[in-house]
Structure formats: structure tokens, C-alpha cells
Design a protein. Structure first.
Length: 187
């Protein structure tokens, strides 16, 4: 049995992450998908096209981050949010390969962002307005948590600019930080 060795010299971590993303930058073959990978120890994120039929990978973009990445979230085809160490969120524009803004999302935490979750709730109480199924939404609600903070936060994600603004801070009695967020119901 012959074992292939990784010759890239990359060092993996349990905080590395991979998500499938929507991609409109080039034509994809039916057997291909686009994935975004983070490398915690080396503080970068890259996007690659993987052809499942031929097992070939083509790196498309690489982003060198300010802090070590801990969580990935795609806003739309051209914007991503990367949760990082220090409780920060970096907003990257894919086309331009630039960091548009760094948000101090959880300033009380030195740990990384542990969760970025889009809330599906249409509750007027939570959204601050009545949700109209006929009108296109102008924002999404995003929830974030950090391993080093006892609260989680809600953000309004403006769909026109892909910018986030603080919306609600919810204190908990959890003292060891929050690792996961889960939306259970519409209330």
C-alpha cells in the first residue's frame, strides 16, 4: 500500500473550516464545485474549484487575513464574512480580493468567533418590522457568538452593501463562552 504524503508544508488545526460557496465568476462544469477553505495557523482563506470527476483542484483566490480565521460565512456571490481570533469579523470582497472592513464583533473576547448564523425568523418582534413576503427583503439577521464571551449578538446585514451593523446584544449566564448557535423556531 502506497501512502501519499502532504508536501505542501501546511499545518492543519481543529479550527480549520471548509464550506461550499456560490460562484458566478466563471463557468463551472457540472462535475465541479467551489469550496472555501480556512487555515487557522497560517491565517489565510482560499477559494478553490474542485472537479469531482477528475479529482483536480484549481485555486482561484487567496486572502491573507489580519487575524487567524475561525468561522466562514458567505453573504452573496461577491462578499464573505470571516470570523477571526480576537472576536473580530473581516468582510472580504471576492472580486477585488480586498478586506473592506474589520468589525470588532465581540470586543470583550480574545477568543475567536465560534458561530455566524443567518436567522430565518420572520417574527416582527425580532426583526423590528413586519416581514412582507411580496417585497424583497433589505436585510438579513445574522447571529454571532464567540468562544470567549458570555453573550451573543444579532446584526443587520444590509443586502445592498453587505455591511453589518449591531442590532441586539443578548447576555447569558454561560461563563465559558458560546461555541454553537442554533435557531430553533420562529419565536
Amino acid at each position: 500500500m502506497k501512502v501519499k504524503k502532504d508536501k505542501s508544508g501546511r499545518i492543519s488545526s481543529d479550527r480549520d473550516q471548509m464550506i461550499e460557496i456560490k460562484w458566478n465568476q466563471s463557468v463551472l462544469q457540472s462535475s465541479a464545485t467551489v469550496l472555501m477553505f480556512s487555515n487557522y495557523k497560517e491565517a489565510f482563506v482560499f477559494i478553490a474549484m474542485i472537479d469531482l470527476k477528475t479529482s483536480r483542484m484549481n485555486k482561484l483566490k487567496t486572502f491573507k487575513l489580519t487575524n487567524k480565521p475561525t468561522k466562514l460565512y458567505q453573504v452573496d456571490e461577491n462578499n464573505i464574512l470571516v470570523g477571526t481570533e480576537g472576536g473580530k469579523i473581516e468582510h472580504w470582497v471576492i472580486d477585488e480580493s480586498v478586506c473592506k472592513k474589520i468589525y470588532d464583533a465581540h470586543p470583550e473576547s480574545s477568543e475567536g468567533i465560534s458561530s455566524i448564523l443567518e436567522l430565518k425568523s420572520k417574527s416582527a418582534l425580532l426583526r423590528g418590522e413586519v416581514y412582507d413576503d411580496d417585497a424583497p427583503p433589505t436585510f438579513k439577521l445574522i447571529a454571532t457568538a464567540s468562544r470567549g464571551a458570555k453573550e451573543f449578538r444579532l446584526w443587520k446585514l444590509n443586502l445592498a452593501t453587505a455591511a453589518i451593523e449591531p442590532y441586539l446584544k443578548i447576555e447569558t449566564t454561560i461563563t465559558d463562552g458560546i461555541q454553537f448557535l442554533l435557531e430553533y423556531s420562529d419565536t
